[in-house]
Ligand binder design. Structure first.
Ligand code: PXL
Length: 274
């Protein structure tokens, strides 16, 4: 029998297009050589143009899915994506709190690529209060970083992204990776912040299309690479490189956003990543 690959548990919503959500995580983790343990938090109805509707699972069902597997298998990393309801978020926060030594990557899924809202203000507050303090790396895009960090009632001038990251670290996560694809910069600039300030800044050529599930791919890749034993800055760097290649190899399956190819290396006839 071969050795068991690193086991990564992802809590996410399903995306029938295969672009984002749980399906993105499964493809990413498998492509990197991890085995995905996949816990459904919500079911979405969507296409490549946007999210039409979603149904959060009952929180007990989320807990039961996770605990059954966690009591059977040693998990090397957690990834948390779309949660769907306050009850599910609280349930996930409680489950992961029993595994404080396991790194947790939190992708704060606030809206779809098209801007469809996937959180309420109450859910946002619960994510900040219960999941952020348990997070190893938070992976917001710049819009999400601002939304999580800025209080319109208190902030007269908009704080910059470094200040937003500082505030998110103050809420208790260890690192924040802010991605810059939504900023008006010639290149995409992704910055990793830690307690001591900026840890790493990486720049990537801007690719021509809009992609469905790039954030999920990045966060799942960070979780997978941490599970494989890379140190944090290295995992964050390799995850960006992996994601960039999935976007470069993307294909147009539908009429809207392009589909990242998490198996780009198999189709290029290239070597496996890592
Ligand atoms: O890309 C964020 C995201 C995450 N999870 C699910 C989604 C989306 C965006 O559409 O549908 C299930």
């Amino acid at each position: 029998m071969r050795d068991t690959p690193p086991l990564v548990m992802t809590f996410a919503g399903t995306d029938p297009t295969g672009g984002a959500g749980l399906q993105a995580d499964i493809l990413t983790l498998a492509s990197l050589g991890c085995h995905p343990l996949s816990v459904v938090t919500a079911v979405t109805v969507q296409d490549s143009l946007g999210v039409e509707d979603f149904l959060p699972l009952e929180a007990d069902w989320v807990v039961d899915q996770a605990r059954r597997v966690l009591e059977d298998m040693p998990v090397a990393a957690f990834k948390v994506g779309m949660l769907g309801s306050v009850e599910v978020a609280l349930a996930v926060a409680e489950v992961v709190s029993d595994y404080p030594g396991v790194p947790l990557v939190l992708d704060p899924v606030l809206a779809s690529g098209r801007g469809d809202e996937l959180v309420t203000e109450d859910l946002l507050a619960v994510i900040k209060d219960t999941l952020l303090p348990q997070t190893t790396v938070l992976t917001p895009n710049s819009l999400e970083a601002r939304r999580l960090a800025i209080d319109d009632a208190l902030d007269e001038d908009e704080p910059d992204l470094a200040e937003c990251a500082r505030r998110l670290l103050d809420l208790g996560c260890e690192y924040v990776l802010v991605t810059g694809s939504h900023e008006q910069t010639p290149q995409v600039v992704n910055v990793l912040y830690g307690e001591s300030g900026i840890i790493q800044t990486l720049r990537w050529d801007r690719l021509p299309a809009s992609y469905h599930g790039s954030g999920c791919t990045l966060a799942a890749a960070v979780a997978g690479l941490l599970a494989m034993g890379l140190d944090l800055p290295e995992a964050v760097k390799e995850a960006q490189s992996f994601t960039y290649q999935t976007l470069r190899g993307a294909f147009r399956a539908g009429m809207g956003q392009a589909m990242p190819d998490r198996l780009y290396w198999a189709h290029e006839g290239g070597d496996e990543p890592g």
